[in-house]
Write a protein that binds this ligand. Sequence first.
Ligand code: PBG
Length: 325
Amino acid sequence: MTPAPTLRPRRLRRTPALRRLATETRLHPAELILPAFVREGIDAPRDIVSMPGTPQHSLDSLRRTANAAAEAGIGGIMLFGIPERRDAIGSAADDPNGILNVATRAVAEEVGDALVVQTDLCLDEFTDHGHCGVLDPDGGVDNDATVDRYRAMAIAQADAGSAVLGLSGMMDGQVAAVRDALDLAGHEEVAVLAYSAKYASAFYGPFRDAVESELTGDRRTYQQDPANRREGLREASIDLDEGADIVMVKPAMSYLDVLSDVASISPVPVWAYQVSGEAAMIEAAAANGWIDRRRAIEESIVSIKRAGADAILSYFAIELAGWLR
Ligand code: PBG
């Protein structure tokens, strides 16, 4: 007969009270950030078919959602703008009357200090070709010319009242350049969130519907190869050297190893983004009755935190905060 085990980890799983006391990772609403889309020229929210529960907002519905986020006690909101008109250089991005900057002002005014108002700093929503930067004559994305555009965007977003700028374009030198532009403009107080390890991912699919992206082709000359782990650490180290206040890994669930690596070396907060396709997989499977929606959401977010994220961007932020109460 097999001898009785001497080590019995099941002891700490025996009752709900023991499990509650033995849990290693606990979620809190304050570490959740809601990404939200605002579209120019609409006066009621519009559904995004691939993103149930996440609409394209009008300014009014965005204000209401920001209030709901504040009431739910989440930490922040990350704004994305969808302009009516696009051009080669994304002119609407640094126009104070551009939709993202108008919405930032509206939300900052609405929620005051109850929520950290943050903005996506990237050109893809604003360019008619859909790339995250401006193109050179051969159709490639011109790194340094793009970074100049980011400098102008940064000042416009800071002027509008964004407290944290989410640099998601993956151009070389973008963090140092934006920091410099902000400081020169007297915006030393505005923080830079670097999407440090951002992979060229299939999981951004629904997001491209959300922003009505015009992209043909892909982003592989600037976003990272999903096969590369070491490179994620290098990107984060460079952004830290350039003065990033927060570094991020994106997507989250397929990159938990990268997240864990970055968390182990970073002296600043490390965030992760549970992207649109990650949410869509949960929604679609749950809609088919194949997984338990609430448990899948909770498990996905707790896994991201367990891997090392200090805060998490998630389309489920408000709903999850409600369950955590
Ligand atoms: C770039 C940006 C993207 C996402 C966030 N910022 C799209 C991309 O890089 O193609 C994707 C987020 C998501 O899928 O939820 N502006």
